[in-house]
Design a protein around this ligand. Structure first.
Ligand SMILES: Nc1ncnc2c1ncn2[C@@H]1O[C@H](COP(=O)(O)OP(=O)(O)OP(=O)(O)O)[C@@H](O)[C@H]1O
Ligand SMILES: [Mg+2]
Length: 281
């Protein structure tokens, strides 16, 4: 059981889509249409249907993977689950609370409870800030005391306390991703969301960062939403997977079942195409 599960069961109970009251995140019939920039004065830009009616439930304490090839809509879905973008239609709930349509000032509870680790730590970490300030920043933004938390977090992600006084460029890619993870954990979130957190890293350190993530999720009782184009990576850290193709979820279930017996032709093709992590983990 997660150490900091929050919402009273009464708030969640009774909803048809969440009969056992364990839903952390629920998406229902979510669509997202982008407009490409117009190329003509008389015609609007072309519509891109990045999500075409996606529904999913991520349960408390679940490690939920989203897999699919480039352009399938994984990052779009993730941004919507984090309320960094709004759907064109559909509903997204976090612990039973509707997120769609909420202005940023009413999303404070979410910024506290859900944190994101992005693909490329070089672009997600401000190069002008020292590690101490980068890790403390989410706490400062939420008006929370920093105290000894930075040293504690650096220790949790396997970095020495002395790292606090250095800048991101003084670290390797893997170490930078450790810094990004420490920063994400700072406000003690319930949910960690990671978008391809190892694909920008050197192959030799991918396994270490995946193991770190899996250990932290376990120790802290976090719910994890994890995106990758590689099902072998998802299988290493997640228990459930949703397979995306062209803006739709085509298959979902326990990751070991999907790995051993993929039902959808797209999943079978994906499995044949992915490189494997064997030997690296
Ligand atoms: N801001 C945008 N404006 C227009 N189209 C966009 C925008 N963002 C994404 N798209 C399009 O939406 C579709 C889904 O993109 P998305 O980035 O969600 O895919 P992805 O699965 O994360 O891909 P990748 O594995 O390459 O990161 C793609 O066709 C993409 O070109
Ligand atoms: Mg993406």
């Amino acid at each position: 059981m997660p150490s900091h599960a929050g919402t009273p069961m009464s708030e969640l109970a009774g909803g048809e889509s969440d009969p056992d009251g364990r839903a952390m995140i629920e998406a229902r019939d979510v669509t997202r249409v982008y407009r490409r920039p117009r190329t003509s004065l008389t015609r609007p830009g072309e519509a891109v249907h990045a999500l075409k009616g996606v529904s999913l439930t991520v349960r408390r304490g679940e490690r939920f993977g989203v897999v699919g090839e480039s352009g399938s809509g994984k990052s779009t879905l993730l941004r919507l689950l984090c309320a960094l973008d709004q759907p064109t239609s559909g509903s997204i709930r976090f612990e039973g609370r509707e997120l769609t349509g909420l202005p940023e000032r009413r999303l404070r509870f979410l910024r506290h409870s859900l944190q994101v680790v992005f693909q490329d730590p070089m672009s997600s970490l401000d190069p002008r800030m020292k590690v101490r300030d980068l890790v403390a920043e989410p706490l400062v933004a939420l008006g929370e005391p920093v105290g000894g938390r930075v040293a504690e977090l650096l220790d949790e992600v396997g970095l020495p306390a002395s790292a606090a006084g250095h800048y991101p460029h003084q670290f390797s890619g893997g170490q930078r991703q450790r810094i990004a993870i420490a920063r994400a954990l700072a406000p003690r979130p319930k949910v960690l969301v990671a978008d391809e957190p190892v694909s920008a890293l050197d192959v030799s350190v991918r396994g270490q960062i995946l193991n770190l993530l899996a250990d932290l999720v376990d120790e802290l009782g976090l719910t994890l939403v994890f995106v990758s184009h590689d099902l072998s990576v998802v299988r290493h850290v997640c228990e459930t997977v949703a397979v995306m193709n062209d803006g739709e979820i085509v298959e979902t279930g326990p990751v070991d079942d999907v790995w051993a017996g993929p039902r959808h032709p797209y999943t079978r093709a994906l499995l044949r195409a992915v490189p494997t992590l064997e030997g690296l983990l």
